[in-house]
Design a protein around this ligand. Structure first.
Ligand code: NAP
Length: 262
């Protein structure tokens, strides 16, 4: 009998792209979410909160594969700990985890590092928790999604002056391209840490903001903001980039055009 695939974060930006792709492939999908909702379109929902671990055991029951996408600015290590403990106990056969490029090479040591890059540290810790759980895994590190860059520059463009972290670059990728890769991994054998997934081009963050301003007809000064600490230094040196793995095809310019037309 076919076992369901559990998708944590199945209601998020990435998850909403992963779930229909899994359904298309004939998978049965269960989504873990903090908000109850009725089963629909072949998807069942289980209420749980990975920050506390509530509902994790029920969510993994009878599941063969988990696609673990649930994430937030803080505490992805705690979420992974709760989920992986339940998964190991239930004998789950494969967990697919989405991490971020640079998780392994961004030193987060000081309070200044943690304020801006605590998220990256939590992703590294979560990766380690997945490995240590003993559950066979496939971990994919992706660069930032166009969707996140768009939300960020849109919010910053509301300010009279747009702050841009000095020297920071990004290599944005379409979340849908990452979703396709995750589905491929979920339907295959566990592969451990797989090669990174990066967008087609690298941009200075200031240029991403500038292109948004231009495309939306706004005029704002962009002010470089110094970013102190070892983690910011690592980012300036390109820790969050993977130019040798520029596998995404949708460029930021094309994403921006489509998004603004929508
Ligand atoms: N965005 C990027 O640029 C980027 C790049 C690389 C990797 N990633 C990773 O990709 C994953 C998905 O990102 P996204 O942009 O799709 O995020 P998102 O749109 O913010 O969605 C977050 C998802 O996580 C779930 N979630 C959050 N806290 C939870 C908790 N305590 N318990 C259970 N579920 C919880 C939410 O579910 P409910 O609200 O329904 O509970 C929601 O489905 C994250 O792990 C992120 O670190 C993102």
């Amino acid at each position: 009998m076919k076992t369901p695939i559990l998708v944590t974060g199945g209601t998020g930006t990435l998850g909403q792209l992963v779930v229909p792709r899994l359904l298309e492939k004939g998978s049965q999908v269960r989504v873990l979410t903090r908000t109850a909702r009725p089963a629909a379109d072949g998807i069942s929902y289980v209420v749980g909160d990975l920050a506390s671990g509530a509902g994790a055991e029920a969510a993994v029951e009878g599941v063969g594969t988990i696609v673990h996408l649930a994430g937030s600015q803080k505490g992805d290590d705690v979420k992974a700990r709760h989920l992986m403990a339940a998964a190991a106990k239930a004998g789950v056969e494969h967990v697919v985890y989405i991490s971020v490029v640079g998780a392994d090479r961004t030193p987060v040591k000081s309070a200044a590092d943690r304020a801006m890059f605590g998220y990256v540290e939590a992703k590294r810790l979560a990766e380690e928790i997945v490995v240590a759980s003993g559950v066979p895994y496939s971990t994919l590190r992706a660069t930032q999604f166009h969707e996140l860059i768009f939300t960020t520059v849109k919010a910053l463009a509301k300010l009279p002056v747009v702050p841009a972290p000095a020297g920071l670059k990004a290599q944005p990728i379409a979340a849908d391209e990452v979703a396709a890769r995750l589905v491929e991994l979920a339907l295959g054998e566990p592969q451990g840490l797989v090669p990174d997934y990066g967008g087609p081009r690298v941009y200075a963050f200031a240029d991403l903001a500038r292109s948004y301003l231009k495309a939306t007809g706004r005029r704002r000064p962009i002010i470089p903001m110094p970013a102190p600490g070892a983690a910011a230094r690592a980012y300036r040196a390109g820790a969050n980039l993977t130019p040798d793995r520029a596998v995404g095809s949708l460029t930021w310019e094309d994403f921006l055009t489509h998004r603004l037309a929508a």
